[in-house]
Design a protein around this ligand. Sequence first.
Ligand code: ISL
Ligand code: CA
Length: 563
Amino acid sequence: MAENQPENAVWWKTSTVYQIYPRSFADTNGDGIGDVRGIIDRLGYLAHLGVDVLWLSPIYKSPQDDNGYDISDYQDIDPLFGTLADVDELITKAKEHNIRIIMDLVVNHSSDEHPWFVESRSSKDNPKRDWYIWRPAREDGSRPNNWSSFFSGSVWEWDEHTQEYFLHLFSKKQPDLNWENPELRRAVYDMMNWWLDRGVAGFRMDVINLISKVPGLPDGEQEPGHEFGNGFPLTANGPRLTEFLQEMHREVFAPRKEAFFTVGECPGIRAEYATEVTNPDNAMLDMVFQFEHVGIDQGNGKWDELPFDLLKLKESLGYWQTQLGEAGWNSLYWNNHDQPRIVSRWGNDTEYRELSAKLLGTVLHFHRGTPYVYQGEELGMTNFPFTDINQFQDLETLNHYREVVAHGGDTAAAMNGFRKFGRDNARTPMQWDGSVDAGFSKGTPWLAVNPNHEHINAAQQVGDPRSVFHYYRRLIALRKTDRVMAFGDFEMLLPSDSQVYAFTRTLGDEGLLVLANWSNEAIERTLEFARADMVTVMHNYEDAPAFDSALSLRPWEVVVYRW
Ligand code: ISL
Ligand code: CA
């Protein structure tokens, strides 16, 4: 383990990060959209929960094509969310609660309405032409390559004015920045320094492993009958990524004395490279978000549902625990604004909602790494009961639906995929109380509130010591004081058991044993693990069973013991 770092550099190893999707958190001016003042108003709630860091999804100036992941000014706040003065106030007031703020850094692409792109597209000899990725058509007039965009269609958009295509891995309103250009990189580092000088504690870096494109942008593999090829495996983790991340570290983070941390979103990163990236000796990033475990129930593309298989989950998370055990550091998450709600996905969101929410929280938080809680996860919020395509707002969902319709595909199957995996499941408003619109807004929320807010809400749970909220409070508090939970070695037990998730954490002669029944049935097992000195640390049923190697667990029961 990387204990070679000074203690003050590792504050984030005993921290819990809370992700806020500002648009859906708390609306103070009745326009139906959450805002920065709404976050300020709820700092007391967040301090009570005990989180150390808030990651804010983008609040910068943006046309909101992808809810702010399309930025037109990196150094200003969109009036939808408030002002720079509001953010300064948030930073100051959060600090009074010992909470740090980190910003979402979206620099794989900008908005097409960013002045940089407006200039870049104005002429072929504009000084900023090379800040984006422009290519002529191929000899036969076709697009420069066959890649499909993450949000459907081609990655290439034709520009009439200059008669060239520009690259966009995401929507056509999100042109990719050209990291090969040193002036562009300089502008990004200046902007990052400006935010750090303002008092933010670091960044979550959006798709940062896509910034170094594969040279020559060759065609991707194309399945027969498919209109596009897959460029993603070619262009993720590109050849200059290490160099760019090290340069960024040198230009932005290395000269600073104050505490900060970085987490890079890295779809398609492998554990070997993630170890390199998060090894402090290599001066790149503190942590990455990897996607392996959240892909285990998706087959051919994200809409293709495979049955949940606990063995696959254990194999994946166990592997990352071991791989990043010595030198790197893991980030731990079930949820974010792109993923469906975890109790609906892998728990039981009906009969065992509270028990399974607590089990999921326990299993995740007792792994080694820094845990992330996505707004509402601490209440056991669920997916939304979508019945109609018109209830969705997310461009990923709507674009895919249009494509299915255009190809005469199966719209009912597509709807099932959206219900299961659609990003709007995570984006319905935070459920503050049981009143109309859940206390989120006095106006009409931009996305409907889940009808179950009448019984799943913060007001009810804050007042109930047995709630999911209070259970999360205990998990978050424990990480700050329990060195075994934060730093102990991880070992998976019962690796081929398809119902039980069991593991130990050990540090010196202390240890933790986590036993979780990930199923609707009571189970009995014999554990090859015996100690007389076991004390119960956490449990999700009222009465905690004393440790016994003849293990018997009720549905969705989890118990943690210490020796
Ligand atoms: O959401 C996904 C699965 O459908 C991912 O493919 C996701 O698009 C990918 O992880 C990148 O996500 C990030 O960048 C996107 C933005 O839409 C997401 O919200 C953001 O988290 C483009 O900026
Ligand atoms: Ca508002």
